[in-house]
Design a protein around this ligand. Structure first.
Ligand code: HEC
Length: 135
């Protein structure tokens, strides 16, 4: 699935783009995944709405009493979350644009709110770095 997706992403790259960004698991695990668990003041945590069987459940359900995911769960999260981004193209990636304030360039609607008020938000920048292949 991931391979297919990666191939599709490669084929749809614009000819002008020389991006060879690769999504790094260790960077994801250390920097990106905590964003899904952290509470932004005034908002519900991403994990509350995006884990489990739901239509938009791209995160594993936390085991009871666990405050983070096992390595195996993180691998599955990594695969699912990777499908929501286009490597090398953060501003074309749903994971970033959906929770971003529309005035700052985000999508028109997100049921979970505008959790990033600008592209300078440190969490937003972390997502950008990951999508751009930071290791
Ligand atoms: C209150 C519940 C709620 C919270 C909290 C929430 N979301 Fe959402 N999110 C939704 C719902 C419902 C949808 C589907 C409808 C829509 O597009 O708004 C969605 C859609 C999405 C999508 C599009 C998924 C797809 O497959 O098209 C992304 C990406 C996303 N959310 C990211 C996030 C991130 C990142 C956070 C945390 C910063 C977050 N969401 C917090 C409810 C939530």
């Amino acid at each position: 699935m991931l391979v297919l997706w990666a191939l599709t992403a490669l084929m749809t790259l614009q000819p002008a783009s020389s991006s060879t960004a690769t999504l790094d698991f260790d960077y994801y695990k250390a920097n990106v995944e905590p964003i899904f668990l952290e509470k932004n003041p005034g908002f519900v945590r991403c994990v509350v709405c995006h884990s489990g069987e739901g239509r938009v459940g791209f995160l594993e359900e936390l085991s009871s009493n666990a405050d983070t995911w096992t390595d195996e769960q993180s691998r599955r999260n990594f695969e699912a979350v990777s499908r929501l981004v286009i490597p090398g193209q953060p501003l074309a990636s749903r994971l970033l644009m959906h929770p971003l304030e529309p005035d700052a360039g985000g999508d028109e609607f997100h049921n979970g709110g505008r959790q990033f008020s600008s592209q300078d938000d440190p969490k937003f920048k972390t997502l950008v770095a990951w999508v751009n292949g930071e290791q």
